[in-house]
Each structure stands twice: as C-alpha cells, then as structure tokens.
Design a protein around this ligand. Sequence first.
Ligand code: SPD
Length: 425
Amino acid sequence: MASLGRHIIVEYYQCAPELLNDVVHIEKSMVAAAEEAGATIINTTFHHFSPYGVSGVVVIQESHLAIHTWPEYGYASVDLFTCGDSVNPWVSYQILKEKFGAGHGSAVELNRGEMALLTKKKFDLNALRDEQSADDGSPIRTRDVWFTERDDKIALSLKHDGKLYDVQSDYQRVEVYNTQAYGNMLTLDGMVMTTEKDEYVYHEMITHVPLLTHPKPKRVLIIGGGDGGTAREVLKHESVEEVVMVEIDDKVIEACKQHLPHIASALGHEKLNLIVDDGITYVKEARDASFDLVIVDSTDPIGPAEGLFTVDFYKEVHRILSPNGIMITQSESPRFNSKVFKEIYDTYRGIFGHNKVHCYLAYIPTYPTGMWSFSYSSKGEAHPLLGFDKEKSEIFAKEQGLQYYNGDLHEAAFALPNFVKKMIN
Ligand code: SPD
C-alpha cells in the first residue's frame, strides 16, 4: 500500500442536462456506483437547487463519493475518494459516465496520504471509545435527499424519499415529491406550491375570508388553483351556486389527482366547471359583473403566471365583478418578494381605490419566509372587518372542521406588522 487513499478527480462533459438536474436519479446513480465498486454506504446527502443543479455526497466506510452538477452546461464534477484495497473507484467512474449519458469524461488519480511520509502512532483505542458509542461495528446506513427552493439569499430544504411525478408540461416542470415532514408536495418549476400537511392554511385563508364577508356569494371564479384546494374550500359554502375554475396546465390537475387526492377531492364536484385554458383570456371574454368573487390562486410571478400580475388583467377582473364583488389574490411574501408585494398593492389600489384594498397574512411553513400574504379588494361595499359576523364564522369553521380559519383568526389576519404597513401605506 503506497498511500492511505486514492482520490480520483473526475470531469464529465456533454451529459444529458435533465439527468444532471434529477436529484433522485443522481442519488441512485451515486449509490449504485459506490456499491458496484465494493464500498459500504454509511450515509447519503443530496440537494437539488432551484432551478437547477444538484450537490451530493455518499459517505462510505472507505471515504466518500461527491458530486456537483451544472445541468445548464451538461457538466458534472465528481470526486471518488476511497481507501483500502477492497474498493475500486474506477468501477464507479465507468458507471457514472454511463448513468449521466456523458459524451466525454476525464479523470486524474492522486494518491492521498503517502505512506513514505507517514508515521503510525501507537495509542489505546479502547481508552478513546466511550461506552455510549460502543457498538458492534456494523455501520447503520442513513439517507438524506433534499429538495431545495432557493433564491440567491434564502433557501428552504425539505427531505424527501423520492419523486412521484415529474413531467415537463407545455408551461412548466410539474413535480410531486414524497417529503418526510409535509407529505406529498407539488412543485412547479422548482417552487413549492402546496403540501399535504400545510395546504389547509393557504386554501382556508384564500377562500373563507371573502366568502364569509360577502353578503351572498353565488358565482365564484378561480384563476389557477389546479391542485383543487381552493375549489374544495369554496364548495363548502352552500350559497355558492357555481364555481368556474380556469387552470392553464392540465398536468397540474393530473399530478394532484394522482398524488394529492385530498387536495384534489372536489375536482369532480357537480357545481364545479373546470376549464383547462388561459385564465387571462377567460377573464377578457367574460361578461361584465358576472362573478361575486374572483380568486387568483396563481403561482409566483415568474413563468406562466406572469400575465396574472399585470394592470390590464386586474382591470378586467374588476370589470367582471358584480357590484359588491371581491377579488382575492395570493400576494406573495412581504419579506421575500418585497418589490412584487409593493407593486401588487399599488396596482390594486389604482384600480379599486385606496381604501378598498386590504392585506392579510397567514403562516405557511413551506413557503419562503413562512409569512404569506393575501389581498382583499372590494368593488362595492364588502369589507373584511366592518360588519364581519364573527359568530357565523365560528359556527362555519366548527361545522366544517377547519384546521386554520376561525373568527379570531379572521380578524387577527388583518393586523399587520409595522414593516408591512410601511410597505403598503
Ligand atoms: N411561492 C408559493 C406561491 C404559491 C401560490 N399558489 C399556491 C397554489 C395552491 N393552491
């Protein structure tokens, strides 16, 4: 043995970009590469970075395998570090080259810890081992695969057991992950849309606040909302006679029906008219004063939802609202998306009038910063707090077994932190 370890530094070029952006594929490939080489795996940690790139490490009893990918360049940088004679890192090299569809690979091998330069010290191993950590010596394998949504300053990571759905639709990348803490999770273009465990906060707040303050909401329009959560909550109100939902992407509906069935549970409801089309066009063509409530349950203002954040679109929404109509939108995070947040409120106030636009907050752990906002814009006399029938709301919340919304919460949601007030006033 000339050295303690062998370190192979690997470059893979001209790889398939989609493979280099698939955290599950990469983890599986790295695990296979370690196992085939004869290594014993201790732990795996892999992160996907939004929108692209994966980093990960397989810790093996005989050192580690590490990877960083740049899917946009079809490039992966890999370290194969092994010690002992029982593992052959060149086997890993070949396997990974094939798994990533690399057109070209190169590698250099370094010896780590030259024996000629080392002197072995004698020490009593038993004296160093405390009783707690004494075990039978067999490694316990653990696995950490992470989804990460991040911008250049903030990241949110969720550990998952794999992907259940992954389709590039005509509009966006639609994925469902099986997260360990929040159940199945829908992401669009790498951004968290909803999870089984905290979806109720968003869906109860985007719906019951307006529906319990409008005198008699009969016709409701949902723009977006393809997961079905908003429709499910709206349909809990008996006064509602028809819900039209216009979702641009049928793959979102398909993914949620298959993997988030509780959220999608009302998508076949008899009062629901589900249209797969562009919401902007639908609103443009809708009759004047034809809806009592319009809910814009959009994604963030990047990609297919961009047009939903324009003055022209909101003017059209105002036109199609009945005289006492209300428009509700998800208005992003005041802390995370401050610029968009401010612009949204300026825009609505320009259309509905300064005193007709209100902001309310809810706490959604899987959205950036956890603090999320909704806007309540009123065309006529409806007001979120004046004349609010708290008792009716309490009864409704109890009867429906709501998990977040109640009368107190309704009122409290409009109490804004100073920094938020400052941003919109
Ligand atoms: N950054 C998250 C914004 C998500 C808003 N829409 C969620 C859709 C849930 N029905």
